[in-house]
Design a protein around this ligand. Structure first.
Ligand code: PHE
Length: 331
């Protein structure tokens, strides 16, 4: 790598002319080839040279590299051969930077809820969105003529009313309890569907997070503590909540949880002690075991967390809205 050699190479680059695509490609390989490229070898050797000498040589070699690149670009631009592009792909051009996307606000809240429950030993499972009547209703103590079926206006698939889009994630409780022996604590999150008019507060599809916990001697106090822990983890210590008596066919007693949000109380979830009949339906001994369950709408929680006032905006796919959310927002 002496001066004479460098001058010779510089001259060679300067004089090079391409007539065809192949000429140019051979020229490129001669200098940049992975193993035997002249400049590739120079750059490798450069590393072995003592630091002091390296600097000047480095400048010269970089200059040669630029000369070769300029030559290649020149011939690519002038398109020497009629109707033929010289190089379809130029590996020497620096790449354009790609804009990195961000998580959807609903995904951020879902991930956060999963983290919160993992910390207290809940496992996470998912169930199918297409269900049959038994898992979605009957096993949950909602027989065919039960009025509460009307509260969850159902999308049926096919003409067969046995196959439907699940109206809540409580069906996952049934699937899990059928297969596992207590004790267990489980969280499940996913899409649910109800034939509701779309408005700022409701949609025909939304996400539910469902939790259930079965063991010996589980009490309503355990339920309250867990809900309090969840809400504090999501909204901070100063948030106010209340439990209001309610009714669900699969829990007894049942409650609804409201959260105070400046202008008043907002309902955020349903919960209760799992009805012994439900445990019997999945062959769990209701004398020995008891448990609680709760279910909440993720969109509704996200409205409160991010101070959004219209649920429809989540699925408008407006990039200006979606770009604004950061995963580390939480307390
Ligand atoms: N499945 C109920 C609903 O969708 C919510 C719920 C879950 C209530 C678990 C109590 C216990 O409305």
């Amino acid at each position: 790598m002496d001066k004479k050699e460098m001058d010779k190479i510089r001259e060679e680059i300067k004089c090079f002319q391409a007539k065809t695509y192949e000429d140019l490609e051979l020229f490129r390989i001669k200098f940049f080839g992975k193993k035997k490229g002249i400049l590739t070898i120079f750059f490798k050797k450069l590393k072995e040279i003592p630091y002091k000498k390296r600097k000047n040589l480095g400048i010269i070699i970089n200059e040669l590299k630029k000369n070769v690149q300029d030559k290649i670009r020149y011939y690519q631009k002038i398109n020497l051969i009629k109707n033929k592009t010289i190089l379809k792909f130029d590996p020497t051009i620096p790449g354009k930077s790609i804009e990195i996307g961000s998580l959807h606000p609903i995904s951020i809240v879902i991930n956060r809820i999963i983290d919160i429950f993992k910390m207290i030993g809940f496992s996470y499972v998912e169930g199918p969105e297409i269900e049959n009547d038994w898992h979605n209703f009957t096993a949950l103590n909602i027989p065919i003529d039960h009025p509460s079926r009307e509260m969850q206006d159902t999308f049926f698939l096919y003409k067969n009313p046995d196959i439907l889009l699940r109206t809540h994630t409580s069906s996952v409780q049934i699937r899990y309890m059928k297969k596992h022996k207590p004790p267990f604590r489980v969280l499940s999150i996913g899409k649910v569907y109800r034939n509701e008019t779309i408005s700022s507060r409701s949609n025909f599809m939304f996400h539910q997070a469902e939790g259930f916990y079965i063991d010996k001697k589980v009490s309503f106090l355990d339920l309250k503590k867990i809900i309090q822990y969840l809400i504090n983890s999501l909204f901070g210590e100063s948030v106010k909540i209340r439990f209001r008596p309610s009714y669900f066919p699969f829990t007894e007693p049942s409650a609804e949880v409201d959260l105070y949000d400046k202008t008043g109380w907002v309902e955020v979830m349903g919960c209760g002690m799992i009805d012994p009949q439900v445990l019997k339906n999945v062959h769990i001994n209701s004398e020995t075991y008891s448990g609680f369950a709760f279910g909440m709408g993720v969109e509704r929680l996200a409205l409160l967390i991010y101070k959004i006032n219209d649920i429809r905006i989540y699925f408008d796919n407006d990039i200006r809205f979606l770009k604004q959310f950061q995963s580390d927002f939480f307390y």
